[in-house]
Design a protein around this ligand. Structure first.
Ligand SMILES: N[C@@H](CCC(=O)N[C@@H](CS)C(=O)NCC(=O)O)C(=O)O
Length: 100
């Protein structure tokens, strides 16, 4: 969002206690979610591609090199999996130590 520099509001979501409205914005109940003009886009890579296509005159978010774009997608996929496993480990620890 900063690299294409337009005004935006960040809404933080407590993923340990997801608000009901989250499922209305993203059926996967995951963040990030981009909301604008009553429209919703989610999934990080799709959101980045949307922003680049919607605002082509601004700073490009993706490489123009197809190989580099493929590598970047691989990193995003891997990162998503690592985050998922981290989440699966951290949530029980958080619940055990902090929620009683
Ligand atoms: N594939 C999604 C993954 C998003 C994701 O896993 N977000 C995490 C936070 S970084 C999340 O919302 N976790 C909550 C959950 O998995 O229930 C993307 O690329 O946007």
């Amino acid at each position: 969002m900063q690299s294409i520099s337009f005004r935006n509001e960040v809404v933080n979501v407590n993923l340990f206690k997801k608000p009901d409205w989250l499922a209305l914005k993203n059926p996967l109940t995951k963040v990030p979610i981009l909301e604008f003009d009553g429209k919703l886009v989610y999934e990080s890579l799709i959101t980045a591609e949307y922003l680049e296509e919607a605002y082509p005159a601004t700073c490009p978010l993706n490489s123009t090199d197809p190989y580099q774009r493929a590598r970047d997608r691989i990193y995003v996929e891997l990162f998503g999996k690592v985050i998922l496993y981290l989440f699966l480990v951290l949530v029980p620890i958080y619940l055990f130590y902090y929620v009683r």
